[in-house]
Design a protein around this ligand. Structure first.
Ligand code: AMP
Length: 558
C-alpha cells in the first residue's frame, strides 16, 4: 500500500474544480466547505486510483465518494454504473439519498437495492437507467445472478464501512460480487478500522491502493471529546444515573454489550424519571421502527442499544455517545463514538470503565492516539448539596402562588425568631417526612422530568407536628379577560384550557363566566404553568390575558 501524500492547504469546493451543477447541489445541501476526508481524497479518486480511506461515520465519507462519483467518474451521457455496497439497508438508503442529492442537477439517478423491499420496484428503477446502485451485499448478488444488474457496466465499486460488512459475515457475498465485476474497475474502500481482514480484501481485490489514514487531522476534525469515569464495577446503573445527572447531556446513544442489558438499563433510567428507550435485535421490527421514528423526532432522550441494533441508523442529532461498558475491542470504540460529532458538530463520548476494562483504554491510546480525559463521580458532599437543592425546588414548585397575608406575616415573624432553625426544620420534617430517601428520589425525578410538582408530598402518617394532611389538592383561581359580553361559553373556555395545557377535564374546577371576565379553578401547583401555556391564546377574537385572581379566594388548603 502506498501512503497518501500530505494534504495541501485547505480547499473550498470551488478549488476542487467541481462542475457548476455539483456546486449548486452542494449549495442546496448547505455544505460550505469540504470536510478533511473529502478534501484529501478527492484528487486521488478522480485520478482513477484505487483508494483505501480510513474514515468513520460522521466525517463526511459518503460525500467523499459521492462527490467524485457524480462529478467526474460517471459521465453524463454514458451508461457506466457505480456500485456502492453497505452493511445495512439503512446505510444503503442513506447513501443513495445523499448521492441522489449530489447528482440532482447532473441527471445521475441513484437506486437503493436491499433485501426486504420489492424486487420489482428496484428492477424498474434499474431499467430506467439508474447510474449509481447503492445496496446491501445479499440483494446486490441476487440482482447480479438474475442479470437485473449487468456486471460489465459497473466501473466503480465502493465498499462502504467495509469492516462492518466483514464483521457482519458478508465476506462470501463480497467475494462473489467482486469476482463478477470487470477487472478494469476502480475500487474505493472506506472503513473506520483497517485491520488484517481489510488488508486481505485490499490485497485480493484492489490495484495498488493508496492508503489515506486516520491522521490526527481526521480524528481532530471530528471534534469528539472523550471522557472516562473510573468505577469500582459495582452499582454501575446507579453510577450511570449519577453521570447523567452531572453531565446532563441533551441526548445520548447509550451502548450496552448485551441485549439483556439494554432493557435493564433503559428500565432503570425510566424508573429514575429519565426519558429512555431501548433497541436490540430481539425487539420486533415494528417496535424498532417506532423507537427510531421517535428518536428522529427528538422524542427520545436516551436511546439504549447494542452495537448491532445501532448499526446504520441515523442518530446524528444525538449529542453524546455513552459506553455503559467499554466494548470488547478498540475498533468498536471507534465505531461507537463515531456516531456523535457528525460533520461540523462537536460530540462527546463518555465511557464507564470498570477494573476489567482498563486494557481497552491502553490500546485506544496505542492504536488511535485517543486519550480520554478522566472525570470523577460527585463526592458524598456534592451529592448532598444536590439533594438539598432538589428538595428546595420541590417546595418552591408546591406553592407557586403568593401566600395569604396571615401566613406571610407569620412567616416573617418566624424567620426572625431566635429559634427559627429548630421550628423550620420541624415544619420541613413534617413536609417531607424526616430522613426519607424516597422523597429524595421523588424530588430528583421531578427535576429530571423537568416537570412541575402536581401535589406536595404527603406528610408522614406518624407526624404529630403542626401540619395536617391535605384533604384535597389546593386550588387556585385564575382570572380570564373574556366573559358574557364576548358571548363566551364556559365549555369553550374549558376546551381551550385542556388543549393548551394538557389538563384533563376533571382537573379543571368550576368555570364561572361573568360579564366582563371569567374565573376558573385549577390545581394550585400548576397555576403558573397554566398561565404560561395560555400566553398568546385567542378566544372570541380577543387575545387572552390569564392571571391569578386577586379577590376570589383559593379553596382552603386543609
Ligand atoms: P457521513 O460521514 O457520510 O455519514 O456524513 C455525516 C454527515 O455530514 C451527513 O449528515 C452529511 O450530510 C454531512 N456532511 C457531509 N459532508 C459535509 C460538508 N462538507 N459540509 C457539511 N455537512 C456535510
Amino acid at each position: 500500500m502506498n501512503e497518501a501524500p500530505a494534504a495541501d492547504d485547505p480547499q473550498t469546493f470551488e478549488d476542487l474544480g467541481l462542475h457548476d451543477d455539483v456546486l449548486k447541489a452542494l449549495g442546496d445541501l448547505g455544505w460550505e466547505t469540504p470536510t478533511p476526508v473529502q478534501r484529501d481524497s478527492y484528487s486521488m479518486i478522480v485520478d482513477g486510483n484505487d483508494v483505501i480511506v480510513q474514515a468513520r461515520t460522521g466525517t463526511g465519507k459518503t460525500g467523499a465518494f459521492g462527490i467524485p462519483l457524480v462529478d467526474k467518474l460517471m459521465s453524463i451521457d454514458g451508461d457506466e454504473q457505480a456500485l456502492v455496497l453497505a452493511p445495512t439497508r439503512e446505510l444503503a438508503l442513506q447513501s443513495a439519498r445523499e448521492i441522489e442529492k449530489l447528482g440532482a442537477h447532473r441527471s445521475i439517478d441513484t437506486v437503493a437495492v436491499y433485501g426486504g423491499a420489492s424486487m420489482e420496484r428496484q428492477v424498474s428503477a434499474l431499467k430506467k437507467g439508474a447510474r449509481v446502485i447503492s445496496g446491501t451485499p445479499g440483494r446486490v448478488l441476487d440482482h447480479l445472478k438474475r442479470g437485473t444488474i449487468t456486471a460489465s457496466r459497473l466501473r466503480v465499486l465502493v465498499l462502504d464501512e467495509a469492516d462492518e460488512m466483514l464483521s457482519m459475515g458478508f465476506a462470501k457475498e463480497l467475494n462473489a460480487i467482486i469476482e463478477r465485476l470487470p477487472s478494469n474497475r476502480q475500487t474505493l474502500l472506506f472503513s473506520a478500522t483497517v485491520d488484517r481482514a481489510i488488508k486481505r480484501v485490499a490485497e485480493r481485490h484492489m490495484r495498488d491502493p493508496i492508503f489515506l489514514g486516520l491522521s490526527g487531522d481526521h480524528v481532530g476534525a471530528l471534534g469528539i471529546e472523550h471522557f472516562v469515569y473510573m468505577l469500582s464495577g459495582m452499582g454501575r446503573v446507579g453510577n450511570l444515573i449519577s453521570i447523567l445527572e452531572i453531565e446532563n447531556p441533551e441526548s445520548a446513544l447509550i451502548f450496552c454489550n448485551t441485549k439483556a442489558e439494554t432493557e435493564e438499563v433503559s428500565a432503570a433510567l425510566k424508573r429514575a424519571g429519565f426519558n429512555a428507550e431501548w433497541l436490540n435485535g430481539d425487539r420486533p421490527q415494528r417496535e424498532r421502527e417506532k423507537v427510531l421514528a421517535q428518536t428522529r423526532r427528538n422524542e427520545v432522550r436516551f436511546l439504549v442499544a447494542t452495537d448491532v441494533a445501532a448499526r446504520g441508523i441515523d442518530v446524528s442529532h444525538l449529542t453524546h455517545v455513552i459506553n455503559f461498558h467499554l466494548p470488547e475491542n478498540v475498533e468498536q470504540y471507534v465505531h461507537r463514538t463515531g456516531r456523535t460529532g457528525r460533520a461540523g458538530r462537536t460530540g462527546t463520548a463518555i465511557s464507564l470503565v470498570g477494573p476489567n476494562e482498563l486494557g481497552i483504554l491502553y490500546y485506544l491510546r496505542l492504536q488511535y492516539g485517543i486519550l480520554p480525559v478522566e472525570r470523577t463521580l460527585p463526592s458524598a458532599g456534592e451529592a448532598k448539596t444536590r439533594r438539598e437543592a432538589d428538595r428546595i425546588a420541590m417546595i418552591d414548585l408546591a406553592y407557586p402562588n403568593p401566600p395569604d397575608e396571615r401566613s406571610l406575616a407569620l412567616a416573617r415573624r418566624l424567620i426572625t425568631h431566635p429559634d427559627a432553625e429548630r421550628m423550620l426544620a420541624g415544619l420541613l420534617g413534617a413536609f417531607f417526612g424526616s430522613g426519607s430517601e424516597e422523597i429524595d428520589e421523588v424530588a430528583a425525578k421531578q427535576r429530571r422530568r423537568g416537570r412541575r410538582a402536581t401535589t406536595p408530598p404527603k406528610p408522614p402518617k406518624d407526624s404529630d407536628e403542626g401540619v395536617t394532611e391535605a384533604k384535597a389538592p389546593p386550588t387556585a383561581t385564575l382570572y380570564v379577560n373574556v366573559g358574557k359580553s364576548d358571548d363566551l361559553k364556559a365549555s369553550e373556555l374549558g376546551r381551550l384550557l385542556q388543549e393548551r395545557t394538557g389538563l384533563k377535564r376533571r382537573e379543571i374546577g368550576r368555570i364561572r363566566v361573568r360579564n366582563t371576565h371569567s374565573l376558573v379553578d385549577v390545581p394550585e401547583a400548576r397555576a403558573k404553568e397554566i398561565i404560561d401555556s395560555m400566553a398568546g391564546a385567542v378566544l372570541r377574537e380577543r387575545e387572552l390575558s390569564v392571571e391569578l385572581a386577586e379577590n376570589e379566594g383559593a379553596a382552603p388548603r386543609s
